[in-house]
Design a protein around this ligand. Structure first.
Ligand SMILES: [Zn+2]
Length: 118
């Protein structure tokens, strides 16, 4: 269980971390954001520099749970065994082996019906 974060403190920390690098510190803010949480209320003025830093942080972000997209349903909920929680498809080498085997069984089954006695 993780400790609940104070969202306003996180925003303030982000602003504090990126603001010293603002090349245009006297520019007018581009947004005012109000945050109401269990911890209270805060209002932040955001510079263009902070918004651009958020964009860069987002571009660099990789979720620890991100194991790619399911080749079957396009879902993004692969577990640590690369098993899709949405449609059940297995990925990775084991998933490929199982999928290949299932295709062979299906082809074999089709072949039996096509060439079997009538
Ligand atoms: Zn899936």
């Amino acid at each position: 269980m993780t400790t609940p974060l104070d969202p306003a403190a996180v925003i303030a920390e982000f602003i504090d971390a990126v603001s010293p690098y603002n090349p245009n510190p006297d520019a007018a803010p581009v947004a005012v954001v109000g945050v109401r949480t269990a911890f209270g209320e805060d209002v932040f003025t955001l510079s263009d520099h902070v918004i651009r830093a958020m964009c860069r942080a987002l571009a660099a972000y990789r979720d620890p749970e991100d194991r790619g997209e399911c080749a079957g349903c396009g879902g993004r909920h692969l577990d640590e065994n690369l098993h899709c929680r949405d449609c059940g498809r297995l990925h990775g080498i084991l998933g490929q082996v199982i999928a290949d085997h299932a295709r062979r069984v299906a082809a074999d089954d089709t072949g039996r019906h096509a060439t079997g006695p009538m």
